[in-house]
Design a protein around this ligand. Structure first.
Ligand SMILES: [Ca+2]
Length: 145
């Protein structure tokens, strides 16, 4: 069965019980799912993923999931790609949002994204959250074809 969970760029990796975005920006909004965040006793690090929706849920950082990467525009804009994003990516404010299908741990997913000049998606507004859900839902639809 295909896992639907996806890493986003929010985590408490320094174990101080507060969450930080992977680009170091302040957490301006949250979109926790019902009863989240639930930290299990004994958990030190905590990483955040999308469940089936764009609600946020805590997960074990060493579990492998697909992820949503935010990266800079990478291709020359044309009439077909006016935003400088490749097919399958969503453009927003000069960045491209991409669903990465490979299952990786949180660190590995973020490192893969860093290698591409980006980082795991930062959710700074409901609009970005909605954009991310567009990527996820279009992929789910695509997968069902
Ligand atoms: Ca922290």
């Amino acid at each position: 069965m295909k896992k639907k969970e996806k890493w986003i760029g929010l985590a408490d990796l320094d174990e101080d019980n507060t969450f930080e975005w992977s680009d170091g920006n302040a957490v301006l909004m949250t979109n926790w799912g019902t009863n989240e965040p639930v930290r299990y006793q004994g958990d030190k690090k905590a990483c955040v993923m999308y469940e089936e929706t764009t609600n946020w849920v805590l997960a074990d950082c060493d579990t492998t999931y697909s992820s949503v990467c935010k990266r800079p525009e990478e291709i020359v804009p044309t009439s077909q790609t006016p935003d400088g994003c490749s097919e399958g990516q969503e453009a927003l404010d000069g960045s491209c949002y991409e669903l990465v299908h490979d299952y990786r741990t949180f660190d590995a997913a973020n490192n893969d994204c860093l290698d591409k000049g980006g980082h795991l998606v930062i959710i700074e507004s409901q609009y970005v959250n909605a954009k991310s859900s567009t990527i996820i839902y279009s992929t789910i639809i695509f997968t069902c074809l």
